[in-house]
Design a binder for this molecule. Structure first.
Ligand SMILES: Nc1nc2c(ncn2[C@@H]2O[C@H](COP(=O)(O)OP(=O)(O)OP(=O)(O)O)[C@@H](O)[C@H]2O)c(=O)[nH]1
Length: 350
C-alpha cells in the first residue's frame, strides 16, 4: 500500500450545549468538507441529527460508549484505524480530513495526546487544529465554574463564539476579553446558528497544505502574548502590560512568550521540556515554539500539550529575518518564573 500524506484531524470541543453539533451540521454542507469523516461521541441521550447523518453519509462514526476523553481513547485509536483500513479497501468513500467532536465535558488533553502519540495514528493522521465553541450566554459562568471549560478555551487554535444573537454587545465584549486572557492567540470568531465557513477553522495547524509551506506567523502569533526575554535582554513589545497579561486572572491561567536572542543548545531544551512535562505537565496547557538551535541552519518547531510533546520538526526555512527562538506558553498554576528558572538551572548545569 502506498503511504498517503497524513490526514488532518480537527478536534471540535466546547462545553455542553455550546453549539458543536450545530456547527458540524453547517460545516458538513460546505463543499470544503465534502470528503470529511466525522466522529461524534454520543454521550447519554443526545440524538444525532438526521441532517447530519445524511450529509456525512457513511463516514459518520458514532462512538457510543461514553465520554471520549476518559473512556474512549482506545476507541478513538480503533475507530481511526478502522477508517484507514476501510478506506484502503474502498469500503467507505475516500476521505481526506477527519473531524472529531468531543463531549461537552471532555478535557481535550487526553484526546490530543492520543492523536499525537499513538504510533498508528501518528503514521496516518496529523492534528490540524483544535476548535472550541464558547456559548455567549453561559460561557463566562462556565469558565468560572468548570476547569474543563477553561482548558477547552486555553488549548484552542480557534474559538467560535456561538449564540451571540442572544446577548447584548457588552456581554459579548466581556466574554471576548476573558477569552483574550485565557488564550490570546486564538482568534475568536462570532458564529450565529453554526454559520461558519470551513476555511475559518480548517488548516489551523502549522502546515498550510494549500501553499505547502509552514505558516509560522499564523500558527505561533507570538505578538498576541506578553513578551518576556529569557536571555535577559529587554523586549519592547507593547502589550499594555496590565493585569490581563500578568497572570493574575483569578484562575491562575497565564500566557506568555519567551524570546531567546542567542541560539539554544538542543540538549538543554530537551532536558528543560522533559523536566517541565514530567514535573509540571498538568500546568502546561499548551506550548508552541520555533527555535534557533546551535549547529542547525533551519528552525526547529516544537509543540506540546501538558505532559506530551510532539517530536521536534525541522522547517525548510525561517519565515523571516527574525532568528530569535520564540516559545509561547499557556499555563495554569505554573508561573513563568518557574518555567524560565528551570531552564536557567539546566543551562547553568544546576
Ligand atoms: N440562538 C442560538 N441558538 C443556538 C446557536 N447555536 C446553537 N444553538 C442552539 O443551542 C442548542 C445546543 O446546540 P448544540 O449544537 O446541540 O450544542 P452541542 O455543543 O452540540 O451540545 P452537546 O452535544 O449537548 O454538548 C441547540 O438548541 C441549538 O439550536 C446560536 O448561535 N444561536
Amino acid at each position: 500500500m502506498i503511504d498517503r500524506p497524513p490526514v488532518p484531524v480537527t478536534v471540535l470541543t466546547g462545553f455542553l450545549g455550546s453549539g458543536k453539533s450545530t456547527v458540524i451540521g453547517r460545516l458538513l454542507r460546505d463543499p470544503a468538507l465534502a470528503r470529511t469523516a466525522v466522529i461524534v461521541n454520543e454521550y447519554g441521550e443526545v440524538p444525532i441529527d438526521h441532517a447530519l447523518v445524511r450529509a456525512a453519509e457513511e463516514n459518520l462514526v458514532t462512538l457510543n460508549s461514553g465520554c471520549l476523553c476518559c473512556t474512549l481513547r482506545g476507541d478513538l485509536v480503533e475507530t481511526l484505524g478502522d477508517l484507514i483500513a476501510r478506506r484502503a479497501k474502498a469500503e467507505i468513500p475516500d476521505f481526506n480530513r477527519v473531524l472529531v467532536e468531543t463531549t461537552g465535558l471532555a478535557d481535550p488533553a487526553p484526546i490530543l495526546h492520543t492523536l499525537m502519540s499513538e504510533p498508528l495514528l501518528v503514521r496516518h493522521f496529523r492534528l490540524d487544529g483544535i476548535v472550541t465553541t464558547i456559548d455567549a450566554v453561559h460561557g463566562l459562568s462556565q469558565i468560572e465554574r468548570h476547569p474543563e471549560a477553561v482548558k477547552q478555551a486555553a488549548v484552542a487554535d480557534r474559538l467560535l463564539l456561538t449564540k451571540g444573537d442572544l446577548v447584548d454587545a457588552a456581554r459579548l465584549a466581556a466574554l471576548t476579553a476573558r477569552l483574550g486572557d485565557l488564550n490570546p492567540a486564538a482568534r475568536p470568531i462570532r458564529v450565529d446558528h453554526g454559520d461558519v465557513a470551513a476555511a475559518a477553522i480548517l488548516d489551523a495547524g502549522l502546515f498550510d497544505p494549500a501553499r505547502k509551506t509552514a505558516d509560522v506567523r499564523g500558527w505561533l502569533r507570538e505578538e498576541a502574548y506578553a513578551a518576556t526575554s529569557a536571555d535577559g535582554h529587554a523586549h519592547h513589545h507593547d502589550h499594555g502590560a496590565g493585569p490581563a497579561h500578568d497572570g493574575n486572572h483569578g484562575d491562575a491561567v497565564d500566557s506568555f512568550c519567551l524570546f531567546f536572542d542567542a541560539p539554544l543548545e538542543w540538549d538543554d531544551v530537551a532536558a528543560w521540556l522533559d523536566l517541565l512535562a514530567s514535573l509540571r505537565g498538568d500546568g502546561l496547557l499548551r506550548m508552541k515554539g520555533i527555535l534557533d538551535i546551535r549547529g542547525e541552519e533551519r528552525p526547529v518547531v516544537i509543540h506540546g500539550v501538558q505532559h506530551l510533546f510532539h517530536p521536534p520538526a525541522l522547517l525548510d526555512a525561517w519565515p523571516d529575518d527574525d532568528r530569535r527562538s520564540r516559545i509561547v506558553f499557556i499555563t495554569r498554576d505554573l508561573d513563568r518564573a518557574v518555567v524560565t528558572q528551570t531552564l536557567a538551572a539546566i543551562r547553568g548545569g544546576g
